[in-house]
Unconditional design. Structure first.
Length: 346
């Protein structure tokens, strides 16, 4: 004989079980469903920041979760679903830092990135003079990607802007020596080529190389002379032009007379070595530190480090520049190296 009361009790128990499970494990359930679709122009950086996930802390978990779905050089494929890192599948939270709660507007970063939150005081007291190579009438090294021109000045400038923003977030004083009033930080792959860059504060850049180098060196030295106290660094950012078959790593140069410059360059180079070991284990890293008789390194008053970011004529190196996430990663790694440099020289 069928016991209707027993049936009701079983059904009630099942419903109660599911209800309690929903209460106890809501994060687990949502974690399994936390997938998003890559849109046109998306890279890992843009996708993570859209969902308010810190890039540097979540890049590795994201790649691990989605490695079977990623394209070449960890690129995203439009229309494909990707899992976002969560606490249950390996997200890393940023190390808590005391935020000033202050947001400052810098138009030079462009509308999307112009509001900068001062997130920590890690670099308070540090001053940086950032010099992106070439600009104005001189595009610097020129390469090609998919039949389109890519120029040194545009990519060096974008990475330098990203570095500047990172440093400001950590309370540093930053001067952009090469400046473009309308480019801002750009997330496109192929950056539009223009010739309207100026030298700080708003000087027309001459075509003559010697005059150009003297102009930006003078700009740095005038700024430095106003406040010599404290911690100062001049960072020059370039992209090399070598034979097409030469795939190179990031290289660092300093003035042979400067032991502090050598130390700073080695600290940043060591940071890159660690990052390559972490993200591309087994690949190896050959980026070195050496002296080089470069005009801006020899003649600027602050301790100077000159950086070659890669070979614009090598297809694989170009991937380092045309993918916005890679440009941001370069800026992030440089930032970490500069923080270590600051902390060990205060």
């Amino acid at each position: 004989m069928f016991d209707s009361n027993l049936h009701i009790k079983i059904v009630t128990r099942i419903i109660l079980t599911f209800f309690l499970a929903a209460l106890i494990f809501p994060q687990y359930i949502s974690a399994q469903d936390r997938e998003v679709v890559a849109e046109k122009g998306d890279g890992i950086y843009r996708l993570l920041t859209r969902y308010e996930l810190p890039y540097s802390e979540n890049l590795e978990p994201f790649i691990e979760l989605n490695k079977a779905k990623l394209g070449k050089d960890n690129s995203l494929i439009v229309g494909r679903k990707y899992k976002l890192p969560t606490e249950s599948n390996g997200t890393k939270k940023a190390t808590p830092v005391k935020s000033s709660g202050k947001t400052v507007r810098y138009k030079i970063f462009g509308k999307k990135y112009e509001n900068v939150e001062i997130a920590s005081s890690e670099l308070k007291g540090a001053t940086y003079y950032l010099m992106a190579g070439h600009g104005g009438p001189d595009p610097g090294a020129v390469g090609k990607y998919n039949g389109k021109q890519v120029t040194e000045d545009e990519y060096a400038y974008d990475i330098t802007l990203r570095l500047a923003r990172n440093l400001i977030e950590k309370s540093a004083t930053v001067y952009m020596i090469t400046r473009d009033k309308n480019d801002g930080i750009r997330d496109e792959s192929l950056l539009k080529i223009d010739h309207d860059e100026v030298c700080y504060p708003n000087l027309k850049i001459p075509l003559n190389q010697t005059k150009r180098l003297r102009q930006r060196t003078d700009a740095v030295n005038k700024l430095y002379s106003k406040n010599k106290k404290g911690f100062h660094r001049m960072i020059a950012m370039h992209v090399d032009s070598r034979p097409r078959g030469e795939n190179i790593d990031v290289f660092f140069y300093h003035d042979k007379r400067s032991k502090t410059g050598e130390k700073a360059a080695k600290i940043i180079q060591s940071t890159f070595q660690d990052k390559y070991n972490e993200h591309q284990s087994g690949r190896g890293y050959n980026g070195s530190v050496s002296t080089r008789g470069l005009y801006v390194v020899r003649n600027t008053y602050p301790v100077a480090v000159y950086i070659e970011l890669g070979n614009i004529n090598h297809h694989r190196d170009i991937q380092r520049f045309i993918i916005a996430d890679n440009r941001q990663a370069l800026a992030n790694w440089l930032t970490q190296g500069l923080i270590t440099d600051f902390k060990t020289n205060k």
